[in-house]
Write a protein that binds this ligand. Structure first.
Ligand code: B1N
Length: 835
């Protein structure tokens, strides 16, 4: 049955398991005190907030543990086809609340702890979220594993246990400063280390060719003689399904120095050298690269990539398959889903295992490999496509490079045959780029190896077929498919927006949590004035909650009776935070110059949240500009009566959970054809914000579903933007011809927001006037007009809340459960464990 979640088989006699405690308040108190006293080793009177939090987290674990063990043993026993999601990032967010909700323990835990004089809300705040991802791509992986568990699909997530996650952002004088994210410092109650299952990963060295057989029968085989090794230690995390008895596993790898490595050096008496070697090895899982939509061509990053996929393949083959399993049948048992190109080195790794270790013939191995991998592409920006210089790859993984060359040789032979020796085409499609230097194009390797290649929204998949991977789509049209992204309704509605959840459940029952299409049943209620009034009450209460949160966290004052206009996402030029700040400046200029009367402005609070990659100078400039504009606007006696700008530092999943439910207006304003999908856009719509947006990524589908009347569309379309670029874009024309735009840019240039200094933001101004790669100026007027329509609409609370309710009712499609069904139907062909 569509839209219904699966559940897991009962315990069998062959798997003796301890039952989890029955849920009750008294029982919970007992389990909690046991954890506090016996594991945490402290008494209630002396326990710190962190002690109490750790004890609570471990107590909640008890209630999920039996399900976890049962799910694991059922996988091992029934050997179903599994999904192995390979992702360098998982942006998990806090675990406690999600686990409580999944186990249906929220009320019991609150009551139990209240009886001990403890406020659960305070303990929730003590959890430092595991920020093991940058943005949408990492958060998507977290949503996907949540949905897989809720649908009882046999699945395992593989990734890296970074010791430092995404940096903590601070502002100094409005400029971004990065601080290390020491998320493990206070203990990590959600992970289970299994050093006994460590895996050895090799690097470097050289390849030897050995001849086997005699004379004409002699075959040359390659043997990799590695130069150094590290160990991968798995850490398991529970991934609880929503109240269905399924708990899947996320397995993250941590790098350790090999025992021999240490001992040998140590025996020579060089203690310092032994420690240095250890540090070197352990650097591999030390930090998450804080890049988003641009690859870092660093050797350490390639080490990370190979490290985690080598561990994961070994683990899957050795731990999850029965001993002696015939690897020819591997595609029946697993699909390795490649989350962008970061894990693509898994392709030559599997070839190496099959050919060098298992003695497969090349063709046999290639058939198996092609059956096991699928590739998701997440970008359209050419500069975001990963390439590894051949000399670097050859130094780190010489045998893998050799394998890649052979894959390429055979692939290009196929291209030659199909194209009648089209040399230009062959050069374009080659896995090896020749210019500027020889390098491996990871997206080409992935596309050649994968059973399926998918984009992450309709428009994106279309552009992949038509532009980025057009040559490949012509050769293998049936390889290409789309799966539009989704978000988990458990975290982003049920957990983040309890008030809206209650209102919905009261109206249509609670089935929507695992069958989000049922939100459709709310549609008639959009016309019910009482329902709309209650919806508005929910919004106001969420704004109060946000105001409280930001007052405590950042000392930011947010007026609760204004339109809350929110743009939260990574800072990138293509996302065009600049366009929104230009709108703010235009409002400011209007009021200050007297062209705009205060009464004519709909009071609004503009909220930004964004981290810039530490090396991305222009992005950091834009952060500086937003903060400086905020200071001027917020301190202006007149302007601040109708306009505020808030930019809380360190936007993360936790901030999103309080911010999104409070939002009225969602800013999704990338240049059309640049944002692959976006997933924040979906979270806002599901929480009843209206979108102002371009025809880009999943915005297209949101608008189609919610309807043009409930979406503020503006800007060039992708074909229009492409045509403008083709014809030669001249941003200065817009500056010359649009007086409003000219005044806004002149204010920045004259130092209005930089204490009169003209140098501070000069790079932004000259970039916009000179190059403006993402056509901010071309879309400025259209954006302003759309903002006018937003104001007009907001002046009518009834009409606005009607649109908002319709946004909720019509966004059920954006559940990540639906994304998972699409992957299952189009790519994985795996089935839920049956009950
Ligand atoms: O992936 C998200 C999409 O919703 C976004 O539109 C897209 O921008 C995002 C290199 C990336 N694409 N590429 C990355 C992340 C880290 C990195 O090192 C690239 N992130 C996206 C989910 O599909």
């Amino acid at each position: 049955a569509r839209g219904r979640v699966g559940s897991v088989t009962r315990v069998t006699e062959s798997t003796p398991l301890i039952a989890s405690p029955e849920p009750s308040v008294e029982g919970f108190v007992r389990e909690y005190l046991r954890e506090l006293n016996f594991t945490q080793g402290t008494v209630l009177e002396r326990a710190s907030t962190n002690d109490k939090y750790l004890a609570l987290a471990r107590t909640v674990r008890h209630y999920l543990m039996a399900s976890w063990m049962r799910t694991t043993s059922e996988h091992l026993r029934t050997q179903p086809k599994a999904v192995a999601y390979l992702s360098a990032e998982y942006l998990l967010g806090r675990q406690l609340d999600n686990a409580l909700i999944a186990a249906d323990l929220t009320d019991i835990a609150s009551e139990a702890l209240a009886s001990l004089g403890i406020d659960v809300a305070e303990l929730r705040e003590a959890e430092v979220e595991p920020g093991l991802g940058n943005g949408g791509l990492g958060r998507l992986a977290a949503c996907f594993i949540d949905s897989l568990a809720t649908m009882a699909i046999p699945a395992i997530g593989y990734g890296i246990r970074y010791e430092y996650g995404i940096f903590r952002q601070k502002f100094e004088d409005g400029w971004q400063v990065e601080k290390p994210d020491r998320w493990l410092d206070n203990g990590s109650p959600w992970e289970f280390a299994h050093p006994e299952h460590e895996v050895t990963v090799s690097f470097g060295g050289h390849v030897e060719t050995v001849s086997e057989g005699e004379g004409a029968d002699a075959v040359e085989t390659s043997r990799w003689v590695p130069g150094w090794e590290v160990l991968g230690v798995p850490y398991n995390y529970m991934v609880p399904g929503y109240r269905n008895g399924c708990v899947n596993t996320l397995r993250l790898w941590s790098a350790r120095a090999t025992h021999a490595f240490n001992l040998e050096t140590f025996n020579y008496g060089d203690y310092a050298e032994a420690v240095r070697a250890q540090t070197f090895a352990e650097n591999i899982s030390k930090v998450l690269y804080p890049e988003d939509s641009t690859p870092q061509g660093k050797e350490l990053r390639l080490q990370q990539q190979y490290f985690f996929v080598a561990c994961s393949l070994r683990d899957f083959i050795d731990q999850l398959l029965p001993q002696g399993f015939d690897l020819h049948r591997l595609p029946e048992r697993v699909c390795f889903q490649l989350n962008d190109t970061h894990p693509v080195i898994a392709v030559p790794e599997l070839m190496r295992i099959l050919v060098d270790e298992e003695g497969f013939a090349w063709d046999e191995a290639w058939e198996v490999t092609q059956g096991c991998f699928a590739y998701t592409c997440h970008t359209l920006l050419p500069e975001a496509l990963e390439v590894w210089p051949v000399d670097l790859l050859g130094r780190l993984l010489p045998r893998h490079l050799e394998i890649i060359y052979r894959i390429n040789d055979e692939f290009l032979e196929e291209v030659r045959e199909a194209s009648g020796d089209d040399a230009v085409l062959v050069r374009r499609m080659s896995i090896i780029a020749e210019h500027p230097g020889r390098a491996v194009r990871m997206a080409h390797l992935a596309t050649v190896a994968a059973t399926k290649v998918n984009g992450v929204a309709e428009l994106h998949s279309q552009l992949l077929r038509d532009k980025v991977l057009a040559d490949f789509a012509r050769l293998w049209p049936e390889k290409f498919t789309n799966v539009t992204n989704g978000v988990t309704p458990r975290r982003f509605v049920r957990m983040a927006n309890p008030r809206l959840s209650e209102l919905i459940t009261e109206a249509i029952g609670d089935g929507w949590v695992t069958d989000l299409d049922r939100l459709r049943e709310l549609e008639p209620l959009a016309d019910d004035p009482e329902f709309r009034r209650r919806f508005r009450e929910v919004k106001s209460a969420n704004k109060e909650r946000l105001a409280d949160f930001l007052a405590r966290r950042d000392g930011i004052e947010v007026p609760v009776d204004t339109m809350l206009d929110v743009m939260v996402k990574r800072l990138h030029e293509y996302k065009r935070q600049t366009l929104q700040i230009l709108h703010v400046i235009t409002l400011y200029d209007g009021i200050v110059s007297g062209r705009l009367a205060l009464e004519d402005v709909v009071p609004r609070t503009v909220v930004f949240g964004a981290k810039a990659a530490p090396g991305y100078a222009m992005a950091k400039q834009i952060i500086g500009l937003i903060n400086h504009v905020a200071a001027v606007v917020n301190n202006h006696p007149e302007v601040s009566r109708v306009l505020r700008v808030a930019f809380p530092a360190n936007y993360n999943v936790t901030v999103a959970e309080t911010l999104i439910p409070a939002a009225d207006l969602s800013e999704q304003i990338s240049l059309a054809g640049k944002e692959a999908s976006g997933t924040g856009n979906m979270k806002f719509a599901l929480n009843g914000a209206l979108t102002i947006g371009t025809d880009d990524g999943a915005n297209v589908e949101i608008r189609q579903l919610v309807g043009d009347d409930h979406f503020f569309l503006f800007g060039l379309t992708e074909p229009e933007a492409a045509a403008v670029a083709e014809a030669g874009y001249r941003p200065a024309t817009y500056y010359e011809e649009n007086a409003t735009l000219r005044r806004a840019l002149d204010l920045i240039a004259r130092g209005e927001f930089s204490g009169g200094d003209r140098q501070t933001f000069e790079p932004i101004v000259s970039n916009l006037l000179g190059e403006d790669r993402f056509m901010v100026l071309a879309d400025y007027q259209s954006y302003l007009d759309a903002q006018q329509r937003v104001e007009a609409a907001y002046r009518d609370p009834d009409a606005w809340s009607r649109s908002a309710v319709l946004n909720v009712a019509r966004s059920g499609f954006f559940s990540s459960d639906r994304s998972m069904r699409d992957y299952l139907d189009r790519i994985w062909h795996a089935e839920p464990l049956e009950s």
